[in-house]
Design a protein around this ligand. Structure first.
Ligand code: LMR
Length: 397
């Protein structure tokens, strides 16, 4: 027997928590763990733009024949325009190649496999803290993980000096993973000036940026959230982007994202693209079509695009309102600890500063689920559950 020696794997920090939440029988339980947007009625609805696109696809789709290894070409082009802008020089210079990928995680893994197989680089720098799955993805692909400073736990803000100082220890050819916007888990982003300084460090030290772009439009807007990526891309010769449409199109279970590579010239971009295709072929051959067809249907129709923009804006604004309501309700509950930083942060998440023990107590005694690190999914808050959450937090502090 060969399976008898296999040991039990630990539960995933995010999906494991989700499973525990589902198994919890308490009716008043609240899930602020995994990053899933909730409307104020507590549901995660399908966007109207998506429903319309799907209805159209049902009418017009004539075949289920394979996509190419790289996925749907209209979709890939749409991704490039969202990332770099309609009139991007990078696109006209033909330095960009995009492959549809199974979600943001799939895109990160494809990028990681490409880098480890095709380049001499073996080290990736990730922010401290970062998304729980980053080191898992990159170490599985064979990377050594190093951390750069990012978060100041006293000010609940960015430790930019620490970030620059950590990166000064990076070596030429090292990869640096950046969160393009809505940093997960802290909700703290760089401003344009800071992105510019990062671009200069990357150029001087010959570091290769790898952008994880999972929340475009959840911060300040579609174009605004791409600012950091575009500032850096205008200065460095090469970079990678892994993007996801799980959140901004609400297409979580369609597993729809893309890996995009920018090279210093067309020929290098095309050769690199051919190698990523080879990796895809060996892993899953070619991607599923439905998510990509939804996104490209929306992006190629001005009315549907407008509708998507509006729906995305509603989600973004609702999260910002929940941030403020959360802070106000904590105050009303008599909490004296300052949580006002939560209303300054953006995107789905905030780092609450709650300890492991407090997080555990919130779960076991009050049925409020947040990630062990203290990360809260603000996108899971509603006007109904905020009073429950705040009462519980007031009790565990
Ligand atoms: C999260 O961080 O909760 C999300 O990005 C979901 C995931 O895939 O982990």
């Amino acid at each position: 027997m060969i399976f008898s020696t296999v040991e039990q794997a630990p539960a995933d920090p995010l999906f494991g928590l989700n499973d525990a939440f589902k198994a919890d029988q308490r009716p008043e339980k609240v899930n602020l763990g995994i990053g899933v947007y909730k409307a104020d009625d507590g549901t995660t609805p399908i966007l109207d733009a998506v429903k319309t696109a799907e209805a159209r696809l049902l009418e017009t789709e004539k075949t289920k024949v394979y996509l190419g290894i790289e996925g749907e070409s209209q979709y890939n082009l749409g991704v490039q325009k969202l990332l770099f802008g309609e009139n991007s020089e990078l696109l006209s210079q033909q330095r960009v190649e995009t492959l549809q990928a199974p979600g943001g995680t799939g895109a990160l893994r494809l990028g990681a496999e490409f880098l480890i197989r095709q380049t001499k680089t073996k080290t990736i720098w990730v922010s401290n803290p970062t998304w729980a799955n980053h080191s898992n993805i990159f170490s599985t692909a064979g990377f050594e993980i190093k951390e750069y400073d990012y978060y100041n736990s006293d000010s609940h803000g960015l430790d930019f000096e620490g970030m620059i100082s950590s990166l000064s220890n990076a070596k030429a050819g090292d990869i640096v993973l950046f969160h393009s916007c809505c940093h997960n888990p802290t909700g703290i982003d760089l401003n344009a000036e800071q992105w510019n300084a990062i671009a200069i460090v990357c150029v001087e030290k010959q570091l290769v940026p790898f952008f994880d772009f999972a929340y475009q439009g959840f911060g300040h807007g579609i174009e605004e959230d791409a600012q950091g990526l575009r500032i850096v891309a205008a200065q460095v010769p090469e970079l990678l982007v892994a993007n996801s449409f799980s959140k901004n199109f609400g297409l979580y279970n369609e597993r729809i994202g893309a890996v995009t590579l920018v090279a210093e010239n067309t020929s290098t971009a095309q050769k690199s693209y051919s190698q990523i295709k080879r990796i895809v072929r060996a892993m899953y051959s070619n991607p599923p079509a439905h998510g990509a067809l939804i996104v490209s249907t929306i992006l190629n129709d001005a009315k549907l695009t407008m509708q998507w923009h509006n729906e995305l804006k509603q989600m973004r604004e609702r999260i910002a309102q929940m941030r403020q309501l959360f802070v106000n309700t904590l105050n009303a509950e008599g909490v004296t600890q300052d949580f006002s930083f939560i209303s300054d942060q953006i995107g789905m998440f905030s780092f609450s500063g709650l300890t492991k023990e407090q997080v555990e107590k919130l779960k076991s005694e009050y049925g409020v689920y947040i990630v062990g690190s203290g990360r809260i999914s603000v996108a899971g808050m509603t006007t109904t559950n905020i009073p429950v959450i705040c009462k519980a937090i007031a009790q565990v502090l």
